[in-house]
Design a protein around this ligand. Structure first.
Ligand code: BGC
Ligand code: ZN
Length: 354
């Protein structure tokens, strides 16, 4: 079978290789992978800034957002032809991993398929334990590749809502920073709760991203016209901010505009160095006097994947066709390297694996 691999730590090392077909062992199913979504993490890994090979290997198969179909269920309860989405993390022996909360790993020896210490899904076939395969209904076949990024947003939103529940005032205004795939999915998930949503990016109002924001009834804010720091003055008390740009400067700007009793969720991984001068006393005082809360969130567990599947169904019912508009580029496996060059106005690139 063909597989798209990289050498972590080496810039632009992405290449296609021929590999042996995987063989299933007990408790595993053979999955024929259909589609793979590329995200910022994959691009960072190919830039040599992130990623780690599996033990004793000098490369890693890239890709962690996938959908596939069961080719051989083995001894599992899955059926041939069932659609499944593979989870990203594999647990270590810490107390949280052992209880299924591998997204809250305590010691960091977890592996992440396509990212850290385990091969990913940019390949034709996968032998996988049933515990890490999440079934998806066939109606979602063309958008199920969005399940993994949706699970990241789901985890962030669930926690943010729980934290916000400390105070009696309901969430009224929510801001989403970034209208990439994660920001757009976050916008739609929050809109299912009918909050007043403002999603900010730096693309023009005529762009597809801005149109997608507005077509779920959220407001698009052009960051070139109104900056993050001016948001509160324009909109009101920012109850919830979901940071989905991965830009650390934006994350600190968000802290300074967070509303009274507000919750700021940081979802974007940032690499490299970016020193920033902040008025620490002022920020600290505002945080304390305003009961504000800032938290980071990474990865997702099986429950988040399962609830994401439910949410994708609801989004599709409420805004038919909206999710498939997020997929702006489709490439065949032999062209996957093109997906690792960020193209302006592109939202989600999907690699067709069959
Ligand atoms: C993935 C997560 C992963 C994170 C950190 C993200 O791109 O979606 O599953 O935990 O990167 O490696
Ligand atoms: Zn762990």
């Amino acid at each position: 079978m063909k597989a798209g691999i990289v050498t972590p730590g080496q810039k632009d090392s992405a290449r296609l290789i021929e590999m042996d077909m995987p063989v299933i062992s007990s408790g595993q199913a053979l999955v024929r992978l259909l589609e793979l979504g590329i995200d910022g993490t994959d691009i960072e890994i190919n830039r040599g800034e992130y990623g780690e090979t599996p033990p004793d290997k000098d490369f890693i198969i890239l890709g962690h957002e996938a959908v596939g179909q069961i080719e051989n269920p083995g001894t599992t309860e899955l059926g041939k032809g069932d659609f499944v989405v593979p989870m990203v993390r594999r647990p270590d022996d810490c107390v949280n991993c052992q209880r299924g909360q591998l997204d809250m790993c305590l010691v960091g020896n977890y592996r992440e398929c396509g990212i850290k210490g385990a091969h990913g899904f940019l390949r034709e076939y996968l032998a996988e334990d049933v515990a890490f395969l999440v079934p998806v209904p066939k109606e979602l076949r063309n958008i199920a590749v969005l399940t993994e990024p949706t699970s990241i947003a789901t985890k962030g939103i669930e926690q943010a809502m729980e934290f916000h529940n400390r105070s009696a005032n309901p969430i009224d205004i929510a801001v989403v920073l970034g209208a990439g795939p994660l920001g757009l999915l976050t916008t739609a998930l929050l809109k299912l709760h009918d909050y007043n949503i403002y999603t900010l990016d730096v693309v023009p109002r005529s762009s597809v991203k801005a149109q997608l924001v507005e077509s779920v009834g959220a407001n698009y804010v052009d960051g070139n016209v109104s900056s993050v720091v001016s948001l509160a003055d324009k909109i009101g008390n920012l109850d919830l901010i979901m940071e989905a740009t991965g830009n650390s400067t934006v994350a600190f700007q968000a802290m300074s505009v967070l509303g009274i009793n507000g919750v700021l969720c940081l979802m974007g991984v940032s690499t490299g160095q970016k020193p920033l001068e902040v008025n620490a006393s002022c920020l600290n005082m505002q945080m304390v006097l305003g009961n504000k809360m800032v938290f980071g969130t990474v990865s997702s567990n099986r429950g988040h994947f399962e609830r994401s599947v439910e949410s994708l169904i609801h989004i599709e019912e409420r805004w038919p066709g909206w999710l498939s508009r997020l997929i702006t580029r489709r490439l065949t496996l032999d062209k996957f390297r093109d997906a690792l060059d960020p193209a302006p106005d592109n939202i989600k690139t999907v690699i067709e694996l069959t």
